[in-house]
Ligand binder design. Structure first.
Ligand code: FA5
Length: 344
């Protein structure tokens, strides 16, 4: 019978140690199966009861039962301890969690490339003494064409496919040149204005043409204004914009009904010496339409062409931005693609 007693004692000692070593619910479950499970150690110990004599059953039965109850209590106690420890650990984890250290990835806002280019150009012209003026995008035939020396039957109207509105004589402006007329009508002479803004043409789109794009117009009117003044202004503007003090310009004849003579102004390629893909190996890039304001236009605005003269120029801002930043498709400008916009 001593063997039974020894067994019970060993069982208790080993269960104590096993419970002590169990530090997770999984380990505790392994202990339960090994010691208290249906085929576990306690079941083996209890199985000897059936072989005992009636007297021994009376003596050892209660002892064996007490051992089983003790084992179950010890297991239960350990289980509760582990649960409490886990709750404590969880509380600590939450207390130590620093909410201020969480920094989600944020998108930073910035000015659209349109706005950046417009501001850059405005700064250049303000530094040259120009006033910045705005003009309406919904215009009349008079301001967009007639007062610019393009009467109703003039073939030059075909150069700018027009979005006409339902109201007769109203249109979406096809160029920023109407800003010249508004300025000459309203302002005292001499005048120097720079007017950037959106324009519209009913054109099929491709990588360099859009139905909605941005232009800027410059106008300077005073006594004795000449092409030399226009060229000096154009060169200074382009040198500042491309940040190249050595940028040269050249002029070629061009046709715009509201200037006489009409000119196309090219700038020497800011990116190469001997020719590259941007200047199509010519060393020159077409940058501005320009000329001396046509006497008819001055007369439309009540200005005497015998006393005053002036120059005007116009340019496509997307084209300037595309050259400066190496953008290969004009449609990206209003595509709202963050990857594209993020570069500027
Ligand atoms: C004009 O619009 C004249 N008003 C410019 C001017 C002003 C000349 C003052 C003389 C004196 P033009 O049609 O060439 O000119 O357009 C000027 C620029 O606008 C072009 O060089 C080009 O950069 C841009 N542009 C024209 N059409 C489109 C288009 N569909 N998409 C994008 N840009 C365009």
């Amino acid at each position: 019978m001593n063997a039974i007693k020894n067994n019970l004692e060993t069982f208790k000692q080993e269960l104590k140690v096993a419970l002590e070593l169990a530090t997770s619910p999984t380990q505790l479950e392994e202990v339960r199966i090994a010691f208290l499970g249906r085929n576990g150690r306690i079941a083996t110990i209890m199985s000897v009861i059936k072989d005992l004599s009636a007297e021994d059953k009376r003596t050892f039965g209660p002892e064996l039962n007490a051992c089983k109850v003790w084992a179950e209590l010890a297991f239960q106690e350990k289980k509760e301890t582990l649960i409490k420890q886990e709750i404590l650990r969880d509380t600590m984890r939450k207390q130590l969690f620093d909410v201020t250290s969480y920094k989600p990835q944020t998108l930073t806002g910035k000015l659209h490339i349109y706005t950046q280019i417009i501001q850059e150009l405005e700064d250049i012209f303000i530094s040259m003494g120009y006033d910045i003026v705005d003009g309406p995008e919904v215009e009349t035939d008079y301001y967009n064409f007639q007062a610019l020396n393009i009467p109703a039957d003039h073939p030059a109207r075909d150069m700018q496919d027009t979005f006409w509105l339902d109201t007769p004589g109203m249109l979406l402006r096809t160029q920023t040149s109407p800003a010249q007329i508004h300025a000459m009508e309203k302002r005292e002479l001499p005048l120097a204005i720079f007017s950037p803004g959106r324009v519209y043409r009913c054109e099929a789109t491709d990588a360099s043409h859009d139905f909605m794009f941005t232009q800027a117009e410059g106008l300077f009117i005073d006594k004795k204004v000449s092409i030399a003044n226009l060229m000096a202004t154009a060169q200074q503007f382009l040198q500042k914009f491309f940040d190249r003090k050595d940028l040269a310009i050249r002029v070629r004849p061009g046709y715009f009904p509201f200037v006489e003579p009409g000119l196309e102004i090219d700038g020497s390629c800011p990116f190469c010496v001997a020719g590259c893909s941007i200047c199509k190996k010519t060393g020159w890039i077409e940058l501005l339409g320009a000329g001396l304001v046509h006497p008819n236009v001055l007369r439309y605005c009540g200005i005497d062409p015998e006393k005053y003269s002036g120059f005007a120029f116009g340019t496509g801002l997307e084209r300037l931005a595309m050259i400066k930043h190496g953008i290969n498709d004009i449609r990206l400008f209003h595509s709202s693609k963050i990857d594209f916009l993020d570069q500027f």
